[in-house]
Design a binder for this molecule. Structure first.
Ligand SMILES: N[C@@H](CCC(=O)N[C@@H](CS)C(=O)NCC(=O)O)C(=O)O
Length: 295
């Protein structure tokens, strides 16, 4: 790799397949499917194709919250899509042309509706069930503002800071410094908001919290990129308090297990097809040789 201090971009960029760090094998400069593969369809109205990364966790937490609140129409099948190439299968690309998890097929009506982008999925579900989205215009605007704040901010955390701090093949001080500064600023934005408000939109827990928690709650607990000490996350006291309150919710504890293929065996439910799966199908219950479709 060229020394960053001596690199001059060529006139025309070309794809160097050997570069790109830990995820080089799945990164490509073109969209579209690489192979034919139909997606499985289960018996529930909602079919989720996902993995328990922060973006995936938002949706499984939302679905578990909806079910806990009594919305039985939110019953779902959660199919595992490992992002080692399965996101480029033809069936998955038909649901999400952007080839990223999570992707949802809402099969509750006569014609299936595809929804991709985790923020769009949260909003679709919140509107469909009239839940976790305030109706009062001021609070609704606040909720949507924080929801879209998350969608715009997290790429600096994941694709910026996380990539250069944890995954890039060389540690580039300029890049790490730039994104550490931005991520700490984002944590301070949240900390100041949570000093004046219990939840991001106001007094009630909403899709804004559901969207922000897997990223910034995970970061605050040192679970992302091993960067807790580096970013002094313990200093963001209000974020810590909010993170703990959300983590204590039973629906959150269930949702974070779904489509998870790492961590303690009892924290992994590779696929979820029934509410009872949490009691009977986690990896500690079925052993290491779990049946997972994997896309
Ligand atoms: N803005 C998208 C981001 C989704 C995303 O980046 N998903 C990642 C996993 S967290 C993924 O599928 N990566 C596979 C790839 O980039 O090929 C969302 O919020 O849904």
């Amino acid at each position: 790799m060229t020394d960053p201090s001596t690199y001059t971009p060529p006139a025309v960029w070309t794809w160097n397949k050997a570069s790109g760090g830990q995820f080089a094998s799945i990164n490509r400069p073109i969209a579209g499917p690489t192979h034919d593969k139909e997606l499985p369809v289960g018996r529930h109205p909602l079919q989720l194709y996902s993995l328990a990364t922060p973006n995936g966790t938002k949706v499984t937490v939302m679905l578990e919250e909806l079910l806990a609140a009594g919305h039985s129409g939110a019953e779902y099948d959660a199919w595992l899509i490992k992002i080692d190439g399965n996101q480029f299968g033809s069936g998955f690309v038909a649901v999400n042309p952007n080839s990223k998890i999570p992707a949802l097929m809402d099969r509750s009506g006569p014609t299936p509706i595809r929804v991709f982008e985790s923020g769009a999925i949260l909003l679709h579900l919140a509107e469909k069930f009239g839940a976790f989205l305030p109706t009062d215009p001021r609070t609704r605007a606040e909720c949507l503002s924080w929801l879209f704040w998350q969608m715009g901010s997290a790429p600096y955390l994941g694709g910026g800071f996380g990539h250069f701090y944890a995954y890039a093949p060389t540690k580039i001080e300029y890049a790490i410094d730039r994104f550490a500064m931005e991520v700490k600023r984002q944590l301070d934005v949240l900390d100041r908001r949570l000093a004046e408000s219990t939840y991001l939109a106001g007094d009630d827990y909403t899709i804004a919290d559901i969207a922000v928690w897997p990223w910034y709650g995970g970061l605050a607990k040192g679970l992302l990129y091993g960067a807790g000490e580096f970013l002094s996350v313990q200093d963001y006291k209000n974020v810590q308090c909010w993170t703990d309150a959300i983590a204590a919710r039973p629906a959150v504890q269930r949702g974070r297990k779904v489509n998870r293929t790492w961590g303690e065996p009892e924290s992994q439910l590779h696929e979820r097809h029934d509410a009872s799966d949490f009691d009977t199908r986690t990896q500690d219950k079925i052993g290491g040789d779990a049946k997972a479709t994997g896309g």
